[in-house]
Design a protein around this ligand. Sequence first.
Ligand code: AMP
Ligand code: ZN
Length: 479
Amino acid sequence: MVTIRLTNSKTRKKEDFVPIDPENVRMYVCGPTVYDRAHLGNARPVVVFDMLFRLLRHVYGEGHVTYVRNFTDVDDKINAEALRRQKAGAPGTLEELIHERTEETIAWYHADMDALGALRPTVEPRATEFIAQMIAMTEGLIASGHAYAVEGHVLFRVRSYKDYGKLSGRSVDDMIAGARVEVAPFKEDPMDFVLWKPSSGEEPGWDSPWGRGRPGWHIECSAMAQELLGESFDIHGGGLDLQFPHHENEIAQSACAHPHGDFAHYWLHNEMLQVEGKKMSKSLGNFFTVRDLLDQGIPGEVIRFVLLMTHYRSPMDWTAEKAAEAQKTLMKWRKFVTGVKPSEADHRVIAALSDDLNTAGAIAVLHELAKSGDAPSLAASAHLLGLLTNKLGDWPTQDDFSEEVRALIKRLAQAWANYRDQKDWQRADQIRDALLGLGVRVTQKTAQHWEVRYENPDMISLAEREERVAALARLEALQ
Ligand code: AMP
Ligand code: ZN
């Protein structure tokens, strides 16, 4: 069996990956807070951990990997948005508006990440479905002296966990000096963080031993990981920006609540997608969404390819040049593998991916396979990276021509045949070329018979194709 090596943030070393149970390899990745469209930075961990999920499935078998990625659907930003809508006159209770907002955002997220060729995780828990487990975990932490309740809040006693700060390599005192910790009069120590907080009438809340309230963000992941993957599991992933405080806090909570478990064995962090040297983020306002790019006609597969061109532990920028290069390469490869039966993924591709997800190295091998003319292996190897798959992302396929467009194509093919009959070659050729632009070839079989064949079209985006169909309709109107 191939040995996968991963850089473990916990030890800061590249280590052999040894799963607890190779029959069920378990991975947890922090998912999005669902209050708005995902920006391109949010897509980076999705594609990175999708790549790891695919590699684990390849090595351990499809049915032997459990991938959990949560939806944080309780958050002040969600409340604020729902409240804004209510104040703007939207009908419904605040709870209904919150629900509406999170469901809408989750549907967007699915559509956008599907377009990037990311497989859906095995389980996608919503935090609000695990409130009982969060309350139970919080109660346990109070009972064991790791947390305390005060004024409707429950706080984690950071100094009660001696290994706090180990993951990110900071001491508690350094953290106090450097961090923007919230100082509240009821905290024993400024470092202590919230496990539970009270909710006002305008905020979503659940009954608890400490009154009506809602969980803190960090306890969500600890409770869901424990419930769905157990006290010890293999991999925990997320963006580097989550390492402190979110992941430190997750570790502290889980280690203290389950002293016999050891939570995640391997911690993986992706570096940031940047804009001019700064992390892309909502708060800085320097972001664009995945949907923005898709709407500009950039195929999801191109976005995926660009994200995979850089190693996950290096910062990266999105540039139009990279997108153009990726699009050119994919167009070439897609033509090259059309109609080809995939063979086996090249061992060098598997070796590169197994070496701490060296996706850039894997792509270099794909280029070599294309150059050497090995289309079957190129197809199989690209599939392992979630590229050149049948699900084309936003590349159009002939199968998605609507009935209406198919009828239009037929009518134009008939017009083409008529012009040829009349020896009006110019008009006939004009129609032929317009059809070819959509990957449709018309050929004359006998004097009366013509045939429409759907071929591999130029690799154009959906937006471009729509334009070409519209041009076809204009051409028909001219006849
Ligand atoms: P959030 O909804 O902000 O908690 O982010 C969801 C995921 O996206 C987390 O794993 C973050 O670490 C990750 N993330 C946020 N911004 C970026 C960025 N600019 N580059 C890479 N990952 C990011
Ligand atoms: Zn988390």
